[in-house]
Design a protein around this ligand. Structure first.
Ligand SMILES: Nc1ncnc2c1ncn2[C@@H]1O[C@H](COP(=O)(O)OP(=O)(O)OP(=O)(O)O)[C@@H](O)[C@H]1O
Ligand SMILES: [Mg+2]
Length: 145
């Protein structure tokens, strides 16, 4: 087990204009944990995919509350853990949604989860219909490849 050495939480509106903010927030938090510049680009891309999903899929209807995304970042001794969470519609079948090419939007490729899995060392998705979705990704600087 790795001891938690730092953490930060940011909550922001689920709008496309906040995508850049989320990417840079994650990369700047992870900077200094031993990641290469390429690793930090991977983190930005993976965070982008997870946050995009919250913005695009989680809040389709005219909801009452202000739709938001919560991003929690944790620096552990040898890893960076980021979770991206919404209080949206949820995913009916997570195992299916994670498969390459599976999408509920015919305009999209259905490659977001596949990309996250390729970029992060570990991806965990928890979702409940009508409650929301939480994607946790773990990145380790000493990973191979
Ligand atoms: N936060 C979320 N809330 C609700 N549904 C989601 C969420 N994230 C993903 N999904 C569902 O899982 C499916 C697969 O997501 P994935 O990111 O792999 O592909 P996509 O977003 O459809 O396409 P792409 O990411 O390639 O643009 C989505 O089409 C959507 O139905
Ligand atoms: Mg996606």
């Amino acid at each position: 087990m790795h001891a938690k050495v730092n953490h930060a939480k940011v909550e922001f509106d689920a709008i496309p204009g906040n995508l850049g903010f989320a990417r840079v927030a994650a990369a700047s938090f992870a900077a200094g944990l031993g990641f290469t510049v390429e690793d930090l680009e991977d983190i930005k891309l993976a965070v982008s995919e997870a946050v995009s999903n919250c913005i695009i899929h989680a809040y389709p209807g005219p909801g009452e509350a202000r739709p938001t995304v919560l991003m929690v970042m944790e620096a552990r001794e040898s890893e960076f853990v980021v979770s991206i969470e919404d209080k949206g519609i949820g995913i009916a079948d997570v195992a299916m949604a994670r498969k390459p090419g599976v999408t509920t939007d015919s305009e999209r490729l259905g490659m977001g989860f596949t990309l996250m899995e390729a970029l992060a060392d570990q991806v965990d998705v928890k979702s409940e219909l009508g409650v929301g979705t939480r994607v946790e990704m773990i990145f380790s600087p000493e990973r191979g490849g």
